[in-house]
Design a protein. Structure first.
Ligand code: ADP
Ligand code: MG
Length: 375
């Protein structure tokens, strides 16, 4: 048995909101928590026993983190491979460096998905403006995404016409990228799968996600989608987790095209913004599930006991003074979750509202009403 029992110490690369919520779940289960983050006052610092303030490329700091922990996980994929390897010499790293090495690079990730037979949209690897031009000629309108370092739509440029290729390439800083065909999306969904070292797998129902300016605006679980799509999405996520021999959780972002085709967009081997509603909709949150998975404990029930929805709160809301929290909380079934971040900045995720309802539409209507009231 490889169980890491409550009382042990969990290390987390990254002390943002995902690290903070993971730490809170770990504490509820009786674990100690250490985090590594460049910012000593990071969101997770308030609920952690120790913050190692260091960059995500600092191998010595990573070794220091892991040397005091029984298992190490992460809330962000962009950790230097040397740092990951340094950590894994001192404590089990879950998920491991092999999956991270693939997922960290959009090009490698797409190649892996294609080689393993998972459905993805048309794309080309691009390493020059000329490559972008020929991709644009072959595929039509594109979204060009740098292989490294982007999230929430950063490091991505849209190319509607061949003539825009040179500027797009310059805007990306001439970094190795993937050029994806701009897809005609009906909807976006995500599936969260957990797998523990002993092999048990559990999958949450798909969440339906709506993005604004390429950033998640709101999400609802279970996704009000045909059962056949939900089944296929579950099967894809399960198979990916098995193929990686995942230890931890993995979010699979997917696209549903107008003709009903289901495609994999990208993978995130960590908790995901679109599963925050598991905290209200399910008996096990995604954060508790991550703790169970990395500690090789039995995985929790993933059923949606009732529909739940979340609405992200960005720093923009703080521009004219504090948001009207009381007005939001006066809405029935609504909860407020703030991440304890100090500086509100436009576009920065500061917290979210959540609501439960009798149906997904009902949960969504409630959380929307609260989001309107908070302004
Ligand atoms: P990030 O790492 O920033 O989440 P994504 O690849 O998920 O990057 O892109 C962010 C969002 O941009 C997606 O959720 C989707 O709304 C939109 N998008 C990305 N790629 C495409 C595409 N090929 N066609 C249409 N929309 C896309
Ligand atoms: Mg994404």
């Amino acid at each position: 048995m490889s169980t890491i029992a409550p009382g042990a110490t969990i290390g987390i690369f990254g002390g943002g909101q995902l690290g903070r919520m993971t730490a809170m779940a770990a504490r509820t289960l009786g674990y100690h928590v250490h985090v590594l983050d460049p910012d000593p006052d990071c969101a997770a610092s308030a609920v952690s026993d120790r913050v190692v303030a260091a960059s995500f490329d600092d191998a010595a700091a990573a070794a220091d983190l892991a040397a005091h922990c029984d298992v190490v996980t992460l809330e962000i994929e962009q950790i230097g491979i040397a740092a990951l390897e340094a950590a894994s010499r001192h404590a089990p790293l879950r998920p491991g460096a092999s999956i991270l090495g693939i997922v960290q690079d959009r090009g490698r990730q797409k190649r892996w998905l294609a080689q393993h037979g998972f459905p993805i949209g048309d794309y080309r690897d691009v390493a020059s403006a000329a490559d972008v031009e020929s991709a644009s000629r072959d595929l039509g309108p594109l979204i060009v995404k740098a292989c490294h370092g982007g999230y929430d739509g950063r490091s991505q440029v849209r190319v509607d016409d061949v003539a825009e290729s040179v500027d797009a390439w310059a805007a990306l800083g001439g970094r190795p990228s993937v050029a994806e065909r701009l897809l005609d999306l009906d909807s976006e969904l995500s599936v969260m799968v957990a797998r523990r070292p002993s092999g048990e797998i559990a999958v949450f129902p798909p969440a339906l996600n709506v993005h604004e300016r390429q950033i998640l605006a709101w999400s609802v679980l279970p996704a009000p989608l045909p059962a056949s799509i939900a089944r296929d999405a579950d099967e894809i996520a399960r198979t990916i987790a098995g193929a990686f021999e995942l230890e931890g959780v993995l979010a699979v972002e997917m696209f549903v095209l107008r003709d009903g085709t289901l495609l994999v967009n990208e993978l995130a081997p960590r908790p995901h913004n679109s599963f925050h509603e598991t905290e209200v909709a399910c008996s096990t949150s995604q954060f508790e599930q991550l703790v169970r998975a990395i500690c090789d404990l039995p995985l929790g029930d993933t059923r949606a006991l009732r529909p739940g929805a979340i609405f992200n709160l960005f720093g923009d809301l703080w521009l004219d003074g504090p948001p009207r929290f009381e007005a939001a909380l006066a809405q029935p079934g609504v909860r407020l979750h703030l991440y304890g971040k100090r500086g509100p900045r436009p576009g920065r995720k500061m917290g979210h509202l959540s609501a439960i309802g009798d149906t997904p539409e009902d949960a969504l209507a409630r959380v929307r009403a609260a989001a309107t009231a908070i302004r």
